[in-house]
Ligand binder design. Structure first.
Ligand code: SF4
Length: 185
C-alpha cells in the first residue's frame, strides 16, 4: 500500500459503520505492562478462560515487542446508545454490534492484496465462539480468526483515543468500543 493511501483504510472502516477511524504510526501508540496487572484481577472473568486473553495470549513484553514491529495502526471505534449506566442489555447489544463491525472490517481488509502483514485487535476477550474452547481444555477452534484485545497487547486505549483524535467516552448514555488493525505497507 502506498503511504499516501493510508486514509483509504480509515474511510473503509467508517463506510462499514465505524463512528470514527484513523490511521496512526505505531510509534504513537502508548503501551504499558501495567495492563497485565489489571487483567490478573480478572474483573471480566476471561483471565485463564480465553485462549486470546492472558496468561495464554503470551508474555506482555513479547506482545508489546510484536506490536511495535508493525508500522501503522488503523484505530476505529463504535458508539452504542444505552438507557443508563445500569443498562447491561444495552451494553451487550452495543458489544455485539462492535463485534459485527470488526468482522466487516476484517472481511474487507482481508480482501486487500497490498498489505503484506497485519494483526487484528479488538475489545475484550475473543468472542468468535459462544464459549471459548479454553474453558473445556480444547484447542482453539478458529486460530485464523481468534482476536486478542488491545489491552492484552498492553495498549493504553484512552491514550490511543487521544493519539487518533477520538474521544474515549462519547457522552452520557453511550458506550464506546475500540478495535484496531496493525499493519505494514
Ligand atoms: S476462536 Fe473460539 S476457541 Fe479460539 S480463542 Fe476465540 S473464542 Fe476461544
Amino acid at each position: 500500500m502506498d503511504r499516501d493511501s493510508l486514509h483509504e483504510l480509515s474511510e473503509l472502516a467508517v463506510s462499514l459503520g465505524a463512528f470514527k477511524a484513523s490511521v496512526i504510526p505505531v510509534s504513537d501508540v502508548e503501551t504499558d505492562v501495567y495492563f497485565r496487572e489489571l487483567c490478573r484481577k480478572n474483573v471480566c472473568g476471561n483471565y485463564g478462560n480465553n485462549w486470546m486473553c492472558p496468561p495464554d495470549a503470551g508474555d506482555i513484553d513479547e506482545l508489546i515487542r510484536q506490536l511495535n514491529s508493525y508500522e501503522y495502526m488503523l484505530v476505529y471505534q463504535s458508539v452504542g446508545e444505552i438507557e443508563d449506566s445500569y443498562d447491561f442489555e444495552g451494553m451487550m447489544t452495543a458489544a455485539a454490534a462492535h463485534r459485527d463491525l470488526m468482522e466487516r472490517v476484517r472481511g474487507a481488509v482481508d480482501l486487500r492484496d497490498d498489505i503484506p502483514r497485519l494483526l487484528y485487535l479488538g475489545a475484550g476477550g475473543c468472542s468468535v465462539c459462544k464459549a471459548c474452547a479454553k474453558k473445556t481444555g480444547e484447542p482453539c477452534r478458529h486460530p485464523e480468526r481468534a482476536t486478542a484485545s488491545l489491552e492484552t497487547y498492553g495498549v493504553n486505549v484512552s491514550r490511543l483515543a487521544a493519539a487518533a483524535g477520538m474521544n474515549y467516552i462519547n457522552g452520557q448514555n453511550t458506550v464506546t468500543y475500540f478495535a484496531a488493525v496493525v499493519f505494514d505497507v
